[in-house]
Ligand binder design. Structure first.
Ligand code: FRU
Length: 492
């Protein structure tokens, strides 16, 4: 595989060039994402001693723009209460916890302790919630000496606290999962928590355990309406197998989340966007999401060399009116545009029954973008090894599919290449809509209609894809406007 530069590290085969990945070793969920004093903090589930999941720590990285990252020392280590599982972080502006001062309010991390010994012995109550604080903008952390702050001796999967400040009641709200449902807790000081309500035993997808909740308010553009969206990651039970993130649109009154949603909704239909949540304290009107680009089906077996795991592109979330209701859109933040060069948009017309091949060296690190009103075409990424990643848009069945069965290395795990990933697109407009694709060495992220529909998947070609074939599968001339393939600059 061609190497981008000889700058070490970050030149290994499959190493993402414009996505976050840890310097070395294993990473899963994004944790503790918080913005403070011009710095975005990303913490993450980290196993510093191995390429496979194991005793969890919180790794740490910082960024000023969500694209260029600086690796920082490990923030949280396991202690006598257990390993450090997923959670969140907040800026405690009013120093409600008393960990800081009015002049120097603390960052507070809220996370799950996982006691592997109790679990191995078949006990319950092995997951509890703990907190830690930092007075130097995330450089060093002190665990609270009253930990754990929430425990339930009968629980089993009781984790992933996501906390936000609820202005109307001047209190903190925590979303937490408890096996097959979510729970909401309230607190005035981040230390003492009361259970407020439960949600979801009889709502949404239940093919697996609920994980990584996030409850997020959205302003509806041009109205003064507010809606709340609850994210719940689920594993297994995602529409294309294994792990995925569902969402509920509803209302929250400071105590209870309610929804009249009856259908299952997914933020991303690909196999590789899991455990994603949003930044706390982000700049006004910005709801920014990062997900882990993998799937528990095969996360431990992907063929990378010195590290394992990467995050999605930072995506801006909006709630948009669609039909009689709303849909969650997720789309790369605008800053990503600054990384793109060499895109020279042109019109493409492909005759009935015809196809067009475009050869380019930069496909592995590219943005492909166009608009079309056609819903019958294929995009095939190919290489000299006769491998192919196939994207298909079809009106028959009204769906978009991704087939990676012949995309390269697939046999490291039986589920990786077997199924064609399907995304129903019932609300994709009939008029022209945008197709935007990012490929970054071992991942592809596809956004239809500005993030109305998203699909994220890992791929491991044995050689660089260097041909993009566009196939007209319709009964009409296929028209793409503003078609471009741009090179995306690496950030490492
Ligand atoms: C989600 C998850 C979380 C848990 C963490 C452990 O991927 O299973 O529920 O806190 O990973 O690493």
């Amino acid at each position: 595989m061609a190497q981008k530069s000889n700058k070490e590290p970050y030149t290994e085969p499959y190493r993402p060039q414009f996505h976050f990945s840890p310097e070395k070793m294993w990473m899963n969920d994004p944790n503790g994402m918080v913005y403070n004093k011009g710095v975005y903090h990303l913490f993450y589930q980290y196993h510093p001693n191995s390429m496979i999941w194991g005793p969890m720590h919180w790794g740490h990285a910082t960024s000023k723009d969500l694209l260029n990252w600086q690796h920082k020392p490990i923030a949280l280590y396991p202690d006598e209460h257990g390993l450090i599982f997923s959670g969140s972080a907040v800026l405690d502006k009013q120093n409600s916890s008393g960990f800081g001062t009015d002049d120097n309010p603390p960052l507070v991390a809220i996370f799950t302790y996982h006691d592997a010994k109790i679990k191995a012995a078949g006990g319950t109550g092995f997951e509890t919630q703990g907190i830690a604080y930092s007075l130097d903008n995330g450089d060093s952390w002190t665990k609270y000496n009253g930990n754990p702050v929430i425990a339930d001796e009968n629980s089993i999967d009781f984790r992933d606290p996501k906390v936000f400040w609820y202005e109307p009641d001047q209190k903190w709200i925590m979303s937490l999962v408890a096996g097959n449902h979510a729970q909401f807790y309230g607190s005035k000081n981040l230390k003492d928590w009361d259970l407020l309500s439960e949600f979801g035993k009889d709502k949404g997808a239940h093919g697996g355990v609920w994980e990584c909740p996030d409850l997020i308010p959205f302003k509806i553009e041009d109205t003064n309406k507010e809606k709340w969206v609850l994210f719940i990651s689920i594993n297994p039970g995602a529409p294309n197998g294994g792990s995925g993130t569902q969402y509920f649109i509803g209302d929250f009154d400071g105590k209870t989340f309610t929804t009249d949603q009856t259908e299952d909704r997914w933020i991303d239909w690909g196999t590789d966007n899991y455990a994603g949540v949003t930044f706390s304290n982000a700049l006004e009107d910005e709801t920014i999401f990062l997900g882990w680009m993998s799937n528990w089906q095969y996360a431990n077996e992907t063929p990378t060399s010195t590290w394992r795991g990467a995050m999605t592109l930072p995506r801006k979330l909006t709630l948009e009116p669609v039909g009689k209701g709303y849909a969650l859109f997720n789309y790369p933040i605008e800053k990503v545009d600054d990384l793109i060069s060499g895109a020279s948009p042109k019109r493409l017309n492909i005759a009935i029954g015809d196809e067009q091949s475009i050869s380019t060296d930069s496909l592995m690190q590219s943005e492909i973008r166009f608009a079309t009103s056609s819903k019958d075409f294929q995009l095939k990424f190919g290489n000299e090894a006769d491998e192919e990643l196939v994207l298909t848009m079809k009106t028959d069945g009204n769906e978009f599919t991704l087939d990676r069965s012949r995309s390269g290395k697939t046999d490291f795990q039986e589920d990786f290449g077997t199924n064609i990933q399907q995304m129903p697109i019932p609300d994709l407009p009939d008029r022209e809509y945008e197709v935007r694709i990012f490929m970054d060495r071992s991942s592809i992220e596809i956004f239809l209609n500005k993030g109305h529909y998203a699909m994220t998947a890992q791929v491991f070609p044995n050689e660089d894809y260097n041909v993009l074939k566009i196939v007209n599968t319709s009964e009409k001339v296929l028209e793409f406007t503003g078609f471009s393939i741009g090179a995306v600059k690496g950030v490492w």
